[in-house]
Design a protein around this ligand. Structure first.
Ligand code: PMM
Length: 303
């Protein structure tokens, strides 16, 4: 990705300015801004994700989109190579790594802080070697048995997301008497497995897993109870952007709003999540959610 090394202003006077900026020093997790909720920009390098599947399927398009989100203010770019939507096909580690590693490398070289969205310990290890700084795992109760040891050994931040079952079965596991209480207990039981492997509490970021083994009303219930998640003492990540429950909220002429018409509601959820203490929101439309979290910070008396 030599184009990343282009220096603005070195071409002939008539040539357009390069789209990409020069490399920056590698971003560090500990240098992330404080004083507002962080933005994690979504980059699915997949043919089949529900929200943006197929749009960023080749490395150059994916890198371009990642850079656009970075320059729009994303604090972290979340790069994934396997769709997590209900019923999605599993991909091999080799295929997943082939999709994401060139993208991770290029974004890190450009100075972005990258998280890898994977359920595979092997892929997480390769992505960390390529410069990713965070592992974002939505496997929930069904995690790769090699993941806890990897996270302990590398000492990196790890997003522990609630999910029951797998992509094929999660929609059959939505029976809860008390969705928030049960999600919290189940997150704690997975957290214990990571502690047993030597992962430190400060490495863990918790995510209630909106849309993963949850029905629409259960997602709202979890959001309503966000403060019981932040009370666990870990940073909390909220991933509501463009999800089905927003589509069913925004019904028009009897039809759920399609994914690309859910960004305003997603930004509203970002503002409310920020106001209720979320550490970060995982979003498609970075610019809208940046405004939303800044507004929430000002409302709360922050920067
Ligand atoms: N949702 C998706 C993928 N990865 N990661 C975390 N931590 N939390 C989420 O809610 C989450 C995730 C699915 O959404 P997408 O297809 O829009 O990426």
């Amino acid at each position: 990705m030599d184009s990343l090394a282009a220096t603005p202003g070195t071409g002939p006077a008539t040539s357009p300015l390069p789209v990409v900026k020069p490399p920056r020093p590698a971003a560090k997790f500990e240098d992330l801004p404080t004083g507002r909720t962080l933005l994690m920009g979504i980059l699915n390098v997949t043919p089949d994700s529900f929200s943006d599947g197929g749009q960023y399927n080749d490395p150059d398009t994916a890198i371009g989109h990642g850079l656009r989100m970075f320059y729009a203010g994303a604090d972290i770019i979340d790069v994934g190579g396997e769709s997590t939507r209900p019923g999605a096909e599993e991909v091999s580690d080799g295929e997943e790594q082939g999709r994401i590693l060139p993208v991770v490398e290029a974004l890190v070289k450009a100075g972005a802080l990258v998280s890898v969205d994977t359920m595979s310990a092997a892929t997480a290890a390769e992505a960390l070697d390529a410069g990713a700084a965070v592992v974002n795992d939505v496997s929930g109760l069904n995690f790769d048995p090699k993941m806890p040891a990897l996270i302990a050994e590398r000492g990196v931040p790890y997003v522990l997301t609630h999910r029951r079952g797998d992509a094929g079965t999660m929609d059959q596991h939505t029976d809860y008497d008390d969705v928030s209480g049960e999600v919290i207990e189940e997150l704690k039981s997975v957290r214990d497995k990571f502690y047993e492997a030597g992962v430190k509490p400060e490495q863990l970021i918790l995510d209630p897993g909106l849309g993963f083994s949850k029905q629409a009303g259960q997602n709202w219930e979890l959001l309503r109870n966000l403060e019981s998640f932040t009370a666990l003492g870990h940073p909390v990540l909220v991933g509501a952007s463009r999800k089905r429950f927003l589509g069913s909220l925004l019904v028009s002429a009897g039809k759920a709003a399609p994914a690309e018409e859910r960004d305003h509601a997603s930004a509203a959820v970002s503002a409310l999540s920020a106001h209720h203490g979320a550490w970060a929101v995982r979003v498609h439309d970075v610019a809208a959610s940046l405004d939303a979290v800044k507004t929430a910070a000002a409302w709360g008396g922050g920067s």
